[in-house]
Design a protein around this ligand. Structure first.
Ligand SMILES: Nc1ncnc2c1ncn2[C@@H]1O[C@H](COP(=O)(O)OP(=O)(O)O)[C@@H](O)[C@H]1O
Ligand SMILES: Cc1ncc(COP(=O)(O)O)c(N)n1
Length: 277
């Protein structure tokens, strides 16, 4: 018998709440064997990013080769990719015929406001990596940066998602965590055929460090286990909502989500609506 396996290609967060650390914790919580290829080290805590130290291109290539040539993966996710050169390395692997489903979290700026992807690398993300993705998971500011459109209304959000799909990914999940002035938060999954809406009550917590990483890692884990995309998103939405609702402080700033929350008795209720294109 073999493990279900997932690979994360991302940056290391010394503070343990986001990046590679969040991904591996999430894989473990969901009973998936996690492997990693580190794109950059960050010196980081709950207050922000104090330093970024990219891994050499050779080191990145070698890590992915080592994992894929022996252990393999049932699904792969990307997080912080840092620059165009590293995006191209990942895209080269992802373009191989037997590469597993790829979930691309287009990490650009940390919750703390620190830059994790060079601005000029955004085009490479769109052109080189998105065409290989089973799913991309931008938050609202990332989706706006990638399309040059403002996500003010539902209509413009749908337009943005159509634009993002036109770059070549099979599906897009637009995360609503940055929505202001609402009591509800809605993430929208679009696969070119239907819009799936996932509504949850907005949580009043300052402890949101690592939400995006944890969410896309959960989706990757569920897809590695063979769930269909919308089921994987539904289960991951419940996982992240619970992890956020039980998040605590760790340092002086935004604390990390509580990856083990799903082990307890509490359950998250996620309201789903589906609308055909
Ligand atoms: N205050 C909140 N209450 C409930 N859900 C939230 C809250 N903030 C973020 N989320 C959820 O956490 C996940 C990550 O979203 P978001 O914060 O938009 O992305 P990122 O962490 O990449 O900036 C999404 O499912 C989003 O709906
Ligand atoms: C290494 C690394 N990767 C990604 C994020 C984004 O995390 P988030 O926006 O969820 O705080 C981060 N802060 N650090």
């Amino acid at each position: 018998m073999s493990y279900v396996k997932a690979l994360t290609i991302a940056g290391s967060d010394s503070g343990g709440g986001a990046g590679i650390q969040a991904d591996l914790k999430t894989f473990q919580e969901l009973d998936v064997y996690g492997t990693s290829a580190i794109t950059a080290l960050t010196a980081q805590n709950t207050l922000g990013v104090q330093g970024v130290y990219p891994a050499s291109p050779e080191a990145l290539k070698a890590q992915i080769s080592s994992v894929m040539s022996d252990i393999g993966a049932d699904a792969v996710k990307t997080g912080m990719l840092f620059d165009e050169e590293r995006i191209k390395i990942v895209a080269d692997f992802a373009s191989k015929e037997d590469f597993p489903p790829l979930i691309v979290d287009p990490v650009m700026i940390a919750t703390s406001g620190d830059q994790l992807l060079e601005e000029k690398a955004e085009k490479a993300l769109i052109k080189k990596l998105f065409p290989h993705a089973a799913l991309i998971t931008p938050n609202i500011p990332e989706a706006e940066a990638l399309t040059g459109k403002k996500a003010g209304t539902l209509q413009t959000r749908k337009e943005i998602m159509r634009d993002l799909i036109s770059f070549g990914a099979e599906a897009v999940l637009l995360k609503g965590g940055h929505e202001e002035g609402t009591d509800w938060i809605t993430d929208i999954l679009y696969d070119g055929a239907a819009f799936h809406y996932y509504h949850v009550p907005k949580l009043d917590t300052p402890h949101t460090h690592g939400t995006g990483c944890t969410y896309s890692a959960a989706i990757t884990a569920y897809m590695a286990k063979g769930k269909a995309l919308h089921d994987a998103v539904y289960s991951s939405k419940a996982f992240i909502h619970l992890a956020l609702s039980e998040a605590r402080s760790a340092g002086e700033g935004a604390g990390p989500v509580y990856h083990a929350a799903h082990r307890g008795e509490n359950r998250a209720s996620v309201h789903v609506e589906v609308e055909q294109e």
